[in-house]
Design a protein around this ligand. Structure first.
Ligand code: SF4
Length: 370
């Protein structure tokens, strides 16, 4: 198989599913757009941080300016405005504990290097900070769940990015932190021995990918949630049609039972993810509340809620004494202060008001009597 440069993403894909690696990185097959409900707010935060720190690289952090940029980036990154209020609250809390670095050296830095053992690698460093004249720190924003100790031990991204930073700043000591904006900062602990072991491991991965041929690139269920090739995957197809026939007997060895259990759990997890993806696709296609298809009936179940357009509200309240109150687009506060605005601004906000259906889901059942 081909490998251009090892990155945290292509290594993870190779380790979780060789077949997906083949389709994505070797054959470069065009993929399905898989909705990822976590990615958009994460990408909005990344682009906000990049814009904010390139414009205001010195302390203190101005939370209102940060939130103003976030308000612009949120819709640009395709994020649902229903998540905007929560994200603002997270960002406010994060800003209180953010320790402004002595100096920001680089933002969104891409580093491509060939390691001395011949392995080509690629890193993307969110932000590089100067701590003192001997030390730099790489900060990686994370908008998801905080890592467990095991997640940290198995992490590929941190050591890969440390190698990238060392290439850029060979005379400096490099620290690395994951900044989990909903939780806290977590320093990635490492020493030179660990890095040497990691570099050897990278070499092994690089060789394993290069020497993998078509027949070795088999689908592996278990990490299918955001796989954008599930429509081209024979194993997923078989699982969808209920094609697994694993019915171990009590006489099976414990080893076999454990292996069956592992495979079944992975298949169930993958099918659950696939079920969620299919429901999303069905809901996109359904114009009516109910739809009948042969033996099946689909009913959209949803509750209604009101939302304002983020940009319209922020522009209308800019410069008023209520700006700080509404920057998080708290609907109660917007309603409360609406009468304080000139009529034309009030009308703009009211026109931007939309009724959205929240957390819809589809219930599929077989028709009675069949
Ligand atoms: S659906 Fe799952 S098993 Fe199939 S290619 Fe994607 S990750 Fe691999």
């Amino acid at each position: 198989m081909r490998v251009w440069r090892l990155s945290a993403s292509n290594i993870s894909v190779f380790l979780s599913c060789p077949y997906r690696y083949k389709l994505q990185y070797n054959d470069r097959v065009p993929n399905l757009e898989v909705p990822n409900e976590y990615a958009p707010p994460g990408s909005a935060f990344h682009s906000t941080a990049e814009r904010y720190f390139s414009k205001y690289p010195n302390p203190p952090l101005d939370i209102n300016k940060f939130l103003e940029i976030l308000a612009e980036e949120f819709p640009k990154n395709g994020c649902s405005s229903s998540k905007y209020g929560d994200m603002c609250n997270v960002v406010r809390e994060w800003a209180k504990r953010f320790n402004f670095p002595k100096k920001i050296l680089a933002l969104e830095q891409k580093v491509e290097i060939d390691l001395p053992n011949g392995v080509p690698i690629l890193s993307y460093l969110d932000i590089i900070e100067e701590i003192d004249e001997d030390t730099i720190r790489v900060r990686d924003w994370k908008t998801g769940q905080i890592y467990s100790d095991d997640d940290l031990d198995d992490n590929i991204q941190a050591p890969l990015y440390i190698l990238g930073a060392k290439q850029l700043y060979p005379d400096k000591r490099v620290e690395f932190i994951f900044d989990f904006i909903k939780y806290n900062e977590v320093q990635y602990p490492y020493d030179n021995n660990q890095m040497r072991t990691f570099v050897k491991w990278l070499k092994g991965i690089y060789q394993a990918i290069l020497s993998m041929d078509e027949k070795d690139a088999k689908p592996r269920l278990g990490s299918c949630r955001f796989c954008s090739y599930s429509d081209k995957c024979p194993t997923m197809d078989k699982a969808r049609k209920g094609g697994f026939q694993i019915s171990p007997q009590t006489s099976e060895s414990l080893d076999n039972l454990i292996e069956y259990q592992y495979n079944i759990s992975n298949a169930v997890k993958s099918l659950d993810d696939e079920k969620a993806r299919l429901k999303g696709l069905i809901m996109d296609k359904m114009d009516e509340e109910t739809y009948e298809a042969g033996d099946y009936k689909a009913k959209m179940v949803r509750s209604k809620r009101t939302e304002y357009d983020t940009k319209t509200v922020i522009n209308a309240f800019r410069g008023t004494k209520y700006f700080n109150d509404i920057i998080t687009i708290d609907k109660k506060k917007v309603k409360e202060h609406l009468d304080s605005l000139p009529e034309h601004k009030k009308a703009e906000i009211e026109d931007s008001e939309k009724s959205k259906y929240q957390n819809p889901y589809v219930r599929i059942s077989k028709k009675k009597g069949r």
